[in-house]
Write a protein that binds this ligand. Structure first.
Ligand code: HEM
Length: 465
């Protein structure tokens, strides 16, 4: 098996982030197969005046004005003319598509695919998602026009980075990110996440689990060096989140152990100018996520959002006596080396997360209910064993730790105020149970896409009928 990495053959957004200010995702249908194939052929051959080049994974000397990448759904592979004997070598969950996996993902109620706005209400027509990253809005328009010459543009989703790398709930995001063998990313200088084997994110390489190689679709030219993406449009109820923090802080104000959470003589450690109620709100936010809103890991600094000593953002682990709650979003998404029921799963479900926010600014002093949220890409070599396993077993069911089984992720879970709960941790080892979490994040669209290698894009462009 060839395990030497050729970055020139891999789409650039898989193994490293572009760190651009803007993204535009084009949701595309193949209505003229020949035109679509010609476009892909030219895009993979370095582009032209009328076709953008696919951005590969090599590092660049000069930052290009835009980056261009594609993901193809199962229906898209079919629409491009992939022969049935090759289509059937793709994993079931990808072939079924995101909408058919709704129950596993918690996409019911207001998140149900039946409620998704166009174009995601017609998953059979969603064939490709082309993503353009740039710092310049004109570049997005230019590339969109070029793409529209070859495909039918069913929909457009625009995203942008919020100031200070934050998401709408006010947390800094994009801190934890897997690092990979054989990959040097200057943007990850100083990041001390454990190194993952390439097979976590790329098809055809060894994985963390001895002897497990995720199935590579055939022919080799199509599957090898590819990856999969769960593209999700996740609306965040920012006003609901802030209101919940108020509600939880109100309850904690009456709690006899509240001073274990916040030292009344050191409120500045939580945030300058905060009173007890304001500080308790921040502690609730920090325990729900596993990081303070400024990004400091709760595990390393449970008593201070602004610790006096420098604290690593990425180098930490969980134990039986961790201060970071087992039910926090961070621990559910990646329990690291900490104790979980299925010990063999530690570090096998690491997801590459790329995302930008969409929708208008949010002012917590002046809350509104406009739709806003995250355009998220959750990338890995096997959707079933990684993204779906994280979403279902860990985020929604809490199967990794009997102390949280039966409760949902407080940030991301399909919660209802009547049944939801979350245990806040205290320094004495006891906990305080919070109730009444509403569903704060709803799905508003998405698709499972295959992120083909450059060889595979060429292969697809050369298919004949
Ligand atoms: C709007 C939706 C979401 C919001 C607001 C959100 C927020 C956050 C924040 C603030 C962090 C901490 C920053 C960091 O460590 O980089 C984080 C980490 C993380 N989230 Fe989410 N998230 C969302 C959706 C998801 C989804 C759908 C998943 C998928 C399964 C997920 C999985 C993770 C993982 C794996 C981590 C890193 C954990 C670690 O490695 O320590 N998140 N998220």
């Amino acid at each position: 098996m060839n395990t030497k990495l050729d970055l020139a053959d891999i789409q650039g957004n898989i193994l490293r982030g572009y760190r651009r200010d803007l993204v535009r995702h084009l949701i595309l249908e193949v209505t003229d197969r020949a035109a679509a194939r010609r476009f892909l052929g030219s895009a993979v051959d370095g582009g032209s005046d009328t076709v953008p080049a696919i951005t590969p994974g090599e590092l660049w000397d000069i930052k290009p004005p835009f980056c261009f990448n594609i993901g193809i759904t199962y229906e898209g592979l079919r629409a491009l003319g992939t022969p049935p004997e090759h289509l059937k070598t793709f994993p079931t969950e990808f072939a079924q598509g995101m909408t058919m996996r709704a129950m596993k993902l918690g996409d019911f109620g207001d998140s149900a695919p039946e409620k998704w706005p166009a174009p995601f209400d017609r998953p059979d027509r969603v064939h490709l998602i082309a993503s353009i990253h740039s710092d310049i809005a004109d570049q997005l328009d230019m590339v969109e026009q070029q793409v529209a010459e070859a495909f039918t543009v069913l929909g457009v989703r625009n995203g942008r980075n919020l100031p200070e790398g934050k998401v709408f709930f006010g947390y800094v995001d994009g801190i934890s990110q897997p690092r990979f063998e054989q990959v040097y990313d200057p943007e990850q200088e100083g990041v001390d996440e454990p190194i993952d084997p390439l097979g976590t994110a790329l098809l055809g390489y060894p994985t963390k689990q001895d002897g497990v190689l995720f199935r590579v679709p055939t022919p080799h030219a199509l599957g090898f060096n590819g990856s999969f993406n769960a593209f999700r449009i996740l609306a965040q109820d920012a006003a609901g989140f802030e209101a919940y923090l108020d509600q939880a802080a109100d309850a904690l104000m009456e709690h006899p152990k509240r001073e274990q959470l916040v030292d009344p003589n050191n409120l500045d450690l939580i945030g300058k100018g905060l009173d007890m109620h304001g500080a308790l709100r921040e502690v609730v936010a920090a325990q729900m996520c596993g990081r303070w809103r400024n990004g400091i890991p709760y595990e390393l600094s449970p008593d201070a959002q602004w610790p006096e000593q420098e604290v690593s953002l990425t180098n930490f682990d969980y134990t039986h006596v961790s201060r970071c709650p087992a039910g926090s979003h961070l621990r559910r998404g990646n329990p690291r080396g900490g104790p979980i029921v299925q010990r063999i799963a530690n570090y096998t479900r690491r997801l590459v997360r790329r995302g930008m926010s969409y929708g208008p600014d949010f002012d917590p002093q002046n809350p509104d209910t406009e739709e806003r949220g995250l355009l998220g890409s959750f990338i890995g070599a096997n959707i079933g064993a990684q993204f779906e396993a994280v979403m279902c077993d860990w985020i929604n069911l809490g199967l990794q730790d009997p102390r949280i089984t039966g409760a949902n992720d407080p940030l991301l879970g399909a919660n209802t105020p009547e049944t939801s709960w979350f245990d806040m941790s205290l320094p004495d080892g006891e906990s305080i149970r919070l109730h009444g979490f509403p569903r704060l994040i709803n799905t508003r669209g998405g698709a499972y896409t295959f992120l083909p290698s450059l060889t595979a894009i060429k292969y697809l462009s050369e298919l004949s009928d």
